[in-house]
Ligand binder design. Structure first.
Ligand code: SD4
Length: 352
């Protein structure tokens, strides 16, 4: 498709509606967003901020890798429950960060269980560019970061995080909050929204958000992706989610497309989520169909349990098609390109 178009393909009545796709499965009614490149897409409506940092780079014909790193850094700078050093801690009261970055030629780097470093996404890029490794973890990742000039921060919880952690300690119950990251999900009782409590809003009234993941396609047709997160709030100490696992939280291949995920990482790791999505695109599925297939695999494993959790996949094909799919309603994503220089938010379809 040459121009940006939002296509909700009304497949009823189309001769191939009941046709089987390349993988032999019945095609579902689907939608597809095809946009002009360069383009950047990020998870959630807070992705608008991430995209805002990436867009000037892409607009100036910069690389998708630089663009996604800038997006990650912007998210890490923004106070939130779930990204960067101001985020909520693990159950021992320590903030541990996971991040990954990947170009479309197999270059990738990641960090997990990283403490007291402000920009994990940039450390991940250094791992990619300066080491023979893909993933550095914990103390070793921190030492590598410091050796490469990243300041060692204080390691103190933000006031908001401390408050939430203490509240959590009263019950010590681990239950991920569904769609915590989605601003548009909040339904204030007061017209001005002032009654929405933390974790949805901070005391200054600004909104909270969660794991940020970005994919970009640059002017030269190259793809890149990144994810940055503090992982699940109040997780067991040492827990690592999908975000720094290449092929789980994020995967990119210039020959097919890029995919990122947000939600309960354990479910994503089990099915190699984003690798699944990219391989589905390679076999001819649209980004949305590809994301749906990954969601289907999560749901199939334990349907009753799946209703209680959220996993969302977001994909960008090498041709500039965008699609997403989630388990439950409420997964949104932000798109920025020359048609939407300030970004536009879409909601994905969901299984339930
Ligand atoms: C994790 N996938 O650590 C991350 C958390 C997340 O929206 O994405 N939350 O499992």
């Amino acid at each position: 498709m040459k121009r940006r178009q939002f296509l909700t393909l009304p497949l009823v009545g189309v001769p191939f509606y009941f046709a089987r796709d390349l993988l032999g499965q019945v095609r579902e009614k689907t939608s597809n967003l095809s946009v002009r490149k360069p383009v950047v897409v990020s998870t959630w409506d807070s992705g608008i901020t991430a995209n805002k940092a990436a867009w000037p780079i892409l607009e100036m014909k910069g690389s998708s890798l630089d663009a996604v790193e800038a997006a990650g850094r912007a998210s890490e700078d923004e106070p939130s429950c779930c990204v960067g050093l101001q985020a909520w801690p693990d159950r021992d009261g320590r903030v541990t960060l996971d991040a990954s970055i990947m170009d479309g030629d197999g270059g990738c780097g990641a960090v997990s269980f990283l403490e007291r470093i402000k920009h994990p996404v940039s450390v991940a890029r250094k791992v990619m560019e300066m080491t023979p490794h893909v993933l550095l973890s914990g103390e070793g990742a921190q030492g590598f970061a410091v050796a490469n000039g990243f300041p060692l921060e204080e390691g103190k919880l933000s006031p908001e995080a401390e408050k939430e952690w203490k509240k959590w300690l009263e019950k010590s119950q681990y239950k991920p909050v569904m769609n915590i990251e989605n601003r548009s999900n909040w339904r204030p009782a007061n017209a001005d929204g002032s009654d929405i409590p933390p974790p949805y809003r901070f005391d200054d009234g600004s909104f909270n958000h969660d794991t940020m993941a970005t994919a970009a396609l640059d002017a030269s047709g190259k793809l890149a992706g990144m994810v940055t997160t503090s992982g699940m709030a109040f997780k067991m100490r040492g827990r690592v989610g999908d975000s720094p696992i290449i092929g789980a939280g994020m995967f990119v291949d210039n020959g097919a497309g890029a995919a990122v995920s947000s939600g309960v990482g354990e479910e994503v790791i089990r099915i190699c989520g984003t690798h699944t999505v990219v391989e589905q695109m390679r076999m001819g599925r649209t980004p949305e169909q590809a994301c749906r297939e990954a969601v289907r695999r999560v749901v199939k494993r334990d349907t009753a349990r799946a209703r209680e959790l959220q996993v969302g996949f977001l994909a960008l094909s090498k041709k500039g098609e965008i699609g997403a799919f989630s388990i439950v309603k409420g997964f949104t994503f932000s798109v920025t390109n020359s048609d939407w220089p300030k970004g536009k938010v879409f909601e994905s379809k969901s299984w339930f």
